[in-house]
Ligand binder design. Sequence first.
Ligand SMILES: [Zn+2]
Length: 191
Amino acid sequence: MSSKSTKKSSATKKSSTTKTKTKTPAKSKPKATKKPTTKAKAKTTKATPKATTKVIKATDYAALLQRAREQIPPEVFDQPRFRVPEVDSFIQGTRTVVRNYKDITDTLRRDPKHLLRYLAHELATAGEIRSPQAFFNGRFSSRVFEELIGKYTDEFVVCPVCHRPDTEIRREDRLLILVCSACGGRTPLKG
Ligand SMILES: [Zn+2]
């Protein structure tokens, strides 16, 4: 492919007589849009860094959350939140063992082989089930599994119509359909 051979390091030197240290507040929150600060003013006064209070107060946040919650129909909260067990995994040599694999697939009520295929594919590795555990070639953190299982849950467990997990996967002809027993929704699945 094309290699970046013409990489110009254009060091824009601005003739600044006074060195001004631009202190960027090391906020850990990555902002989506960074405003290009083109201001290159040489400050004459010693700028004592003022602690800008951009942090949203916890109380304000709670109030916002409370207000948002009031907009949501109450039946949403009647449903016990669908919880997938935390992934209990450890690394054994060059492999990763998911200790509570059966527990996870039992909760999801999905075929353990189906989830295994999904995870192995996403991790680009091979896996095998030795119930109640599952083994994957390579070293992966439990966090990685949790993220993938979350994605799997969204795609293959939770009904996109009513957002409940009371579903099953049915094979009809050559199609896989997510059938919801709560709302009757039928969602074709890919793969
Ligand atoms: Zn549904």
